[in-house]
Structure formats: structure tokens, C-alpha cells
Design a protein around this ligand. Structure first.
Ligand code: HEM
Length: 145
């Protein structure tokens, strides 16, 4: 090590880089980042739907989730690499169809919140969670969260 400055630089790089490498056990894809972002809004949406006073803020979160789902649509699930060549097109079409369905569900959720119908919104949230589980089973690598 030539100078204390170099040593400090190397230590800093080590400590800023390591958490990214080991943070959650798998390398995050572009789609994974979009999903993580959407999940942040989704958890708040589920909490806030019980409080009609927060509907304005909840609607903003739903809008953010819609943007994430729209960004996700042209992306390719990591699992695509394991799909046989002859089935890749159908796999991608299916994925895109389910992402469109999510955008549609979220649009409906936004409308229900705008109408202050929090009971119906809660019910729809449960449906969207079911759709999320099914979509993850079909399109997401099982070793991921
Ligand atoms: C409320 C709806 C949803 C939420 C909150 C959500 C959340 C998440 C989260 C937290 C991950 C893990 C990200 C990571 O750490 O890498 C993930 C991954 C993934 N999700 Fe979703 N998801 C939702 C709906 C969907 C839907 C409808 C689809 C398919 C149309 C989908 C497809 C995927 C795929 C393919 C991955 C793995 C990433 C990759 O292959 O690169 N998700 N999602």
C-alpha cells in the first residue's frame, strides 16, 4: 500500500460494495428492482387501505405501482433462459398478459379508492395478492423471495 489515502480508498470500496453483493442472497435483475420498488408501495397500500383518511396518499402509491407494472411489461423474466426455445414466445406472451392484468386490477383499485370504497378496495387487494402468487409461480424462479 503506497499511501494512507490508497488504504482508506480500498477499505471504503470494500465496505460500500459488500452489502450490495450479499444483501439478499441473489443477484437482482432489472425486473427484480422494478418489483422491489412496486413491493414497497404495495405493502403501504395494504396497510393504508384500512384508513380512508389516507386515500389521497394511497392513490399516489397505486399510481406508482401502476408505473412499475408498466415498466415491467417489456422486461424479460430471468426464468425465460430456462424455457425451451419453442416455448419462449408463449412464455413471454403469458407474462405480458398477466402484467396487463395487474395494470388493469390496479386501475380498478385506484377507482375504488377515489370513490372512498375501502371495503371493496380491501377485497380487490386480496384478489391482486392471489394473482401475484399465481404469476410468481408461473414466471419467477422458485429460489427467489
Ligand atoms: C402486487 C403485485 C406484485 C408484487 C408486489 C411483486 C413483488 C415482487 C418481488 C418483491 C419480487 C422479488 C424481487 C427481487 O428481490 O428480485 C418479485 C419478483 C418477480 N415478479 Fe413480482 N410482484 C407482483 C406481481 C407480479 C406479476 C403480476 C408478475 C408477472 C406478470 C410478476 C413477475 C415477477 C418475476 C418474473 C419476478 C422475478 C424477477 C426476474 O425474473 O427477473 N410479479 N416480485
Amino acid at each position: 500500500m503506497k499511501s494512507p489515502f490508497t488504504l482508506v480508498l480500498v477499505i471504503t470500496l470494500l465496505f460500500t460494495g459488500l452489502p450490495f453483493a450479499f444483501a439478499d442472497g441473489h443477484e437482482k435483475t432489472e425486473l427484480g428492482y422494478e418489483m422491489t420498488d412496486m413491493n414497497r408501495s404495495w405493502r403501504l397500500i395494504k396497510r393504508q387501505v384500512r384508513t380512508p383518511d389516507k386515500n389521497a396518499s394511497t392513490i399516489e402509491l397505486v399510481e406508482k405501482a401502476i408505473a412499475n407494472a408498466q415498466e415491467s411489461k417489456p422486461m424479460k423474466p430471468d426464468l425465460l433462459t430456462d424455457v425451451p426455445e419453442a416455448e419462449k414466445e408463449a412464455f413471454l406472451e403469458g407474462y405480458q398478459k398477466e402484467m396487463d392484468a395487474l395494470v388493469k386490477h390496479l386501475g380498478k383499485l385506484k377507482a375504488l379508492l377515489e370513490a372512498d370504497d375501502n371495503a371493496a378496495a380491501s377485497q380487490l387487494i386480496r384478489q391482486i395478492d392471489g394473482h401475484r402468487r399465481d404469476s410468481h409461480k408461473a414466471y419467477k424462479r422458485p429460489d427467489e423471495e
